[in-house]
Design a protein around this ligand. Structure first.
Ligand SMILES: Nc1ncnc2c1ncn2[C@@H]1O[C@H](COP(=O)(O)OP(=O)(O)OP(=O)(O)O)[C@@H](O)[C@H]1O
Length: 234
């Protein structure tokens, strides 16, 4: 599903912020990505959602080596990846419904199907009553639920979340993490970068740890089958 081999990343002429990063994610797996501020978590995620290209080494996504993928085909790969950011990145002048519908409309989905899928998904994240609200009228947690709905509306194979529960209270953080678990149980591979070690400890999912741009040995791994059997929280 995802393979990194001796990957390095530098911005411009700066120092390498990721060094010799190698790992393999199986389809349907769930991983936390942790490490101190500046360790390179966001940078690693940018490589995963194709916003940066590695300076060296090899990244393979969905069986396709990125170095051999022409730029024109990157958009197609990106459509298989759902991304969630700490700061939501919603369009404030568009309703909850229209924000969530955006990826479908860009893909040319027939409007009747859009209406059906978006209504179902907004209800699934628990925001039925806010369907026609504008993002600035929502709480931070509610905005994140909208951002997650938008990220998963196309059933992406890979979901990447960068600090999705930063600045969000504990109860809402659990609700958000449950949505990622649900998506994982439906087959998406999920990677969540976080500082919230309490959440990591309670969820007992495999952890990848970065330190000064190096990936430390992962302590343990779950097969996708084992992952399906896991309780949501310990
Ligand atoms: N666009 C950029 N240009 C230059 N340097 C960058 C850029 N983005 C990140 N860096 C540098 O790369 C290093 C890793 O940053 P990154 O944001 O990936 O770390 P992080 O682990 O996500 O940190 P945090 O937990 O604070 O979000 C840092 O030294 C940072 O200053």
């Amino acid at each position: 599903m995802v393979r990194f081999e001796n990957v390095g990343l530098r911005y411009g002429n700066g120092p390498e912020v990721l060094r010799d990063v190698s790992f393999h994610l199986q389809p349907g797996s769930f991983h936390f990505l942790v490490g101190p501020t500046g360790a390179g978590k966001s940078s690693l995620l940018k490589l995963l959602y194709l916003s940066e290209r590695p300076s060296r080494g090899m990244v393979t996504l969905f069986g396709q080596a990125l170095s051999k993928t022409p730029r024109s085909q990157l958009a197609e790969l990106r459509r298989k990846i759902g991304v969630v950011f700490q700061d939501f990145r919603l369009l404030d002048h568009m309703t909850v419904f229209d924000n969530v519908a955006l990826p479908l409309r860009i893909a040319g989905t027939p409007e009747k199907k859009v209406q059906e899928m978006v209504s179902d998904l907004v209800a699934w994240v628990g925001l039925e009553e806010k369907m026609h609200a504008l993002p600035p009228t929502l709480s931070g947690g509610q905005k994140q639920l909208v951002a997650i709905a938008r990220a998963v509306i196309t059933s992406p194979k890979l979901i990447v979340a960068d600090e999705p529960t930063g600045n969000i209270d504990r109860e809402m953080s659990y609700r958000i993490m449950r949505l990622f678990i649900e998506m994982n149980k439906l087959g998406s591979t999920v990677v969540v970068a976080t500082h919230d070690m309490y959440l990591v400890d309670r969820m007992k999912r495999p952890v990848m740890e970065l330190h000064e741009g190096k990936l430390l040995e992962a302590s343990w791994w779950l097969t996708p089958g084992e992952a399906q059997e896991m309780p949501d929280f310990a």
